[in-house]
Structure formats: C-alpha cells, structure tokens
Design a protein around this ligand. Structure first.
Ligand code: S3P
Length: 171
C-alpha cells in the first residue's frame, strides 16, 4: 500500500521546515518544501513573485501545487502559512495524507522570523503584522483536526508526536 503523506500546516515561523526535515530523516520519505518548489519553478523568490505578479498569482501557483502534490504519496510536505486561506487545499491534502497544524505564540513566531526578510506579508512592522494576521487566520488553523502547540517543545519532541499521530491515525 502507498504510504500516506505527512502535511505540515501552520503560520509562518511555526517550524514547518525544521520539523519537516526531521520527519523526512526519520521516515525516509522525501521532504517537499512548497515555497522552495514554487520559487524554483518560477525562477524567482517569493518576495519577487508577490512584488511582480501579486499575491493572487502566488495563491494560484500554490493551489496548482497542492493539486499536484496531493495526488502523490510517500512525501513529507512543508506548506506555506497561507495554505489555509483556501479550504480546498486542506480538503485535498487530507484525502491522501495526515494534515498536522503547528501552532506557536506570536512571541515565539516573532523570535523566529525577526531577522528574516523573505516573507512579503511581514514586511514593515513585523510584530504588528504577525499579531494582525494571526488574529484573522486563527479560526482557519484552529479548524484543522490535529494541532500541536510547539511553544517550549524541542523539534525532536514535536517530530516524535507527529510520528505517533501518523501511526495511530490510519484513515
Ligand atoms: C505565507 C507564508 C510563507 C510564504 C509566503 C506567504 C503566508 O511561507 O508561502 O510568504 O501567507 O502565510 P512560510 O509559512 O513557510 O513562511
């Protein structure tokens, strides 16, 4: 039987890529980082895609990639934080994989993204942007069945919990 995907969802800076690497190493399944793949295909950075083509175009590239990846199995998928904006994305991923949402406080998120300028939606006053965006998106992340509050947890512990979930959720 094909191995189900593990799909990591969550706000920017909740550790999706870090945890994805650990899960990939532990399961032997390849890590697919959606943002990195979108950048490679577009031949430009996420910042450049937003600036030159606009956010709606980025969301379309994201949507197309969800369709493509959710049709395959045996992957650890690290998504972009805005994947939850279109409920079809989550519904598609849930058909072939275990979808896990990583949560973190705005304080933890700010610490993680403070010195990183690769996220167009956080340009300007990062703290302000994080608080506002988290507020509007909170219901979308909360709506995902499996959630892990990562505050104060080591990446290895988070990965171990996800592996447990992966083995105990067979549907
Ligand atoms: C976004 C999150 C980013 C990236 C883009 C938009 C968002 O991914 O897809 O900047 O809307 O939350 P990360 O969550 O990996 O930072």
């Amino acid at each position: 039987m094909d191995k189900r995907n593990i799909v990591l969802v969550g706000f920017m800076g909740t550790g999706k890529t870090t945890i994805g690497r650990l899960l990939s190493a532990q399961t032997g399944m390849p890590l697919v980082d959606m943002d990195a793949m979108i950048e490679a295909r577009a031949g430009k950075s996420i910042n450049a895609i937003f600036a030159e083509d606009g956010e709606p175009h980025f969301r379309k590239l994201e949507r197309d990639m969800v369709r493509e990846l959710s049709a395959r199995s045996g992957q650890v998928i690290s998504t972009g934080g805005g994947i939850v904006l279109n409920p079809d994305n989550i519904a598609d991923y849930a058909k072939t994989g275990l979808v896990v949402c990583l949560l973190a406080s705005s304080k933890t998120i700010l610490e993680r993204v403070q010195h990183d300028d690769t996220r167009p939606l956080l340009a300007g006053d990062k703290q302000d942007k994080i608080v506002q965006l988290l507020e509007t998106r909170r219901p979308l992340y909360e709506a995902i069945d499996l959630k892990i509050n990562t505050d104060g947890l080591a990446p290895e512990d988070i990965a171990a919990r996800i592996i447990d979930l992966y083995h105990s959720n067979n549907s």
